[in-house]
Design a binder for this molecule. Structure first.
Ligand code: FAD
Ligand code: NAP
Length: 553
């Protein structure tokens, strides 16, 4: 089936590239670009028919980024960042997708890719020093370096609700939204889930639907986005010294160019604290959490002050007291699950056509024309699942990765283990991007992607210069790193929430806190120190068996 097989058959030779990158999102595109610029042959494989990754798949109404677009974008090319003009503070999905298509064309990346190509397995053989990838429908290709840039949030959770198959109407998942417009005008719709995707969908479709049932298991903490059209004067000022903004972002923990909080909550008087919270609330955006108090996610007391403030904000907006109570999060610390960022979320619950349904105590079931929730039978025409992802490990494990017969699934049976979130002991020449053990998902992810890829490229260039055939991290180094990741998490309130950061959203998944909490600045410094020290404790194999391979990428 695959175009790869076609190329292979036509040329009658094995498909080989020095590097294979799986994924054409922000990470894959940048990795392909850097590998090509380094003079390696590179093949990109992507399941979708086009580039974009998250922004290709998540076409649900209201989808947009929650980090200002001037920052949630590539910094590697000044020409690119100068020529691209964002329309809004937080770009909507179509604009981000357009941007990534522009990047693919501008840097001529598309010819490296085989689209509509799903990798079903990847196996490393230390005898040859090669990875062999199997493609869905048949076909295989080989490489020296494997870069699964498959994303942290690309595998939706299974929609295993009892009797869902009985529902006769359409069931959408936010992350696999149809390409054609879904018209909800005059329809009765149930949305399951009130995380970031749910909040954006609910807020947007509430305007159109005849009736909207919001099925909520756990209420979220949501901050107003304060989205607005781009201001050409501000943008011109930033572009006149874009490097300053990028450098500032890299010097923070979060990867946002903000003045991060330096003072704990108790360093403020009560009046000052209130003013600080109001100021950050008025500025809005996800950066709220980073700017407010330095001890937000480590001190229960500070956390409760902010949580109470945010709860009051809900009560100020929502009129019905029962709905206020249901929308008010009380079961986990603020910031320990990713905060949502909204435009009028709480206001929606004052609309006559919107109803909040509590599903915290009961299961959700379906008949051919209704959803049964909280003891009620609600007739609906369509269902939207905003139920999230098997995050961070799901897309990697789905790909059946193995090395010398040992599977990644076995290696991660009790939780993901990596060195720096990039390398896995026992899996040579495989480099993850934004993997578990890296700070990525707690940061401006594009900034983290660039940092990871740059570090990987330094390592690959080092190997190519030295004639090194393979590199692997050791179990000891990996244990040390994951111990450090766990120690950092233990000192915080993050472990108190059943979040996707800890795998708690997927039944049966090991409960291990996966992101690195030391921040992007410290992380980048740690990575750079390892590189500058000549990669101590890395296992390098010098016999280069691959040098006479032909190139067909
Ligand atoms: P992805 O964009 O997920 O790309 C991975 C690609 O790999 C996909 O195209 C997928 O089809 C492909 N793939 C996976 N498995 C296979 C396989 N086996 N074979 C072939 N191809 C495969 N982060 C932020 O910092 N700020 C934001 O505002 C923000 N908003 C987000 C909004 C949504 C709706 C979601 C879901 C995530 C958001 N994120 C945000 C996080 C987001 O994951 C990253 O910002 C970034 O887009 C990830 O890029 P990526 O290239 O690593 O992965
Ligand atoms: P999510 O944060 O995991 O939220 C999933 C929601 O579905 C939660 O409310 C969850 O409830 C509910 N849910 C899951 N399984 C359920 C079940 N079986 N029964 C009932 N309810 C269920 O997923 P998401 O909203 O897709 O967001 C994932 C991440 O993607 C975000 O954290 C963020 O990093 C990124 N994202 C960002 C943006 C943005 O604004 N830029 C937008 C979308 C996504 P519980 O909490 O009870 O589990």
């Amino acid at each position: 089936m695959s175009n790869i097989l076609g190329v292979s058959a036509a040329n009658n030779k094995e498909i080989y590239a020095d590097a294979i990158v799986i994924g054409a999102g922000f990470a894959g595109l940048y990795a392909v670009y850097r590998l090509r610029e380094a003079g390696l042959s590179v093949l990109g494989l992507e399941k979708a028919i086009g580039v974009g990754g998250v922004w290709y798949w998540n076409r649900y109404p209201g989808a947009r980024c929650d980090i200002p677009s001037l920052e949630y974008s590539y910094s590697f090319s000044d020409e690119l960042q100068q020529e691209w003009n964002w329309k809004e503070r937080f770009a909507a999905q179509p604009e981000i997708l357009e941007y990534l298509n522009h990047v693919a064309d501008r840097f001529d990346l598309r010819p490296h890719y085989r689209f509509s190509t799903t990798v079903t397995s990847a196996a490393y053989d230390s005898a040859t020093g090669l990875w062999t990838l199997q493609i869905e429908g048949g076909g295989q290709c080989r490489c020296k370096y494997l870069i699964p840039a498959v994303g942290s949030l690309s595998l939706p959770k299974a929609m295993n609700f009892p009797s869902i198959e009985e529902f006769a109407g359409p069931v959408y998942h936010t992350s696999h939204w149809p390409h054609q417009k879904v018209d909800f005008a005059g329809k009765r719709v149930a949305v399951v889930g009130t995380g970031s995707s749910g909040v954006q969908t609910i807020t947007t479709i509430a305007k159109d639907v005849e009736k909207l049932y919001v099925l909520q298991r756990t209420p979220c903490f949501s901050v107003p986005a304060r989205n607005c059209p781009a201001d050409p004067v501000i943008d011109a000022r930033i572009k006149s010294n874009y490097a300053a903004l990028r450098n500032k972002a890299r010097s923070t923990a979060s990867g946002f160019a903000i003045d991060e909080a330096t003072k704990p909550a108790h360093a403020f008087s009560e009046v000052e604290r209130r003013a600080q919270m109001e100021r950050c609330w008025a500025e809005g955006g996800l950066e709220f959490g980073g700017k407010i108090f330095s001890d937000l996610v480590v001190s229960e007391e500070a956390n409760e002050i902010v949580a109470a403030f945010m709860r009051d904000k809900i009560a100020e907006v929502v009129k019905d007291p029962k709905t206020v109570e249901l929308l008010t999060p009380r079961s986990y610390p603020v910031g320990s699950k990713r905060m949502c960022v909204d435009t009028g979320y709480y206001e929606v619950f004052n609309q006559d056509n919107v109803e909040l349904v509590d599903i915290s105590e009961s299961s959700v079931e379906f008949t051919h024309n209704s959803v049964i929730a909280d003891g009620r039978t609600l007739e609906v025409d369509a269902v939207v699942m905003a139920t999230g992802f098997d995050a961070m490990t799901g897309p990697l494990l789905k790909m059946n990765i193995s090395a010398d017969g040992k599977s990644l699934a076995d290696a991660w049976e009790y939780g993901a283990k990596t060195m720096l979130g990039v390398m896995v002991a026992g899996f040579p020449n495989m480099f993850l991007i934004t993997g578990p053990g890296s700070p990525s998902v707690l940061s401006n992810v594009v900034l983290s992607i660039e940092q990871h890829v740059n570090w990987i490229m330094d390592l690959v260039s080092f190997m190519e210069q030295q004639g090194i055939a393979s590199v692997a991290t050791t179990v000891e180094e990996q244990e040390k790193w994951m111990g450090h990741v766990a120690d950092l998490a233990e000192g915080t309130l993050f472990t108190r929430a059943d979040s996707w950061y800890i795998g708690a959203n997927v039944p049966g998944k090991p409960r291990v806190f996966m992101p690195y909490l030391g921040g992007v600045k410290t992380f980048a410094e740690t990575c750079a120190a390892i590189r500058d020290a000549g990669y101590p404790n890395f296992n390098f194999q010098y016999a280069n068996a691959l040098s006479d391979r032909s190139v067909d990428a």
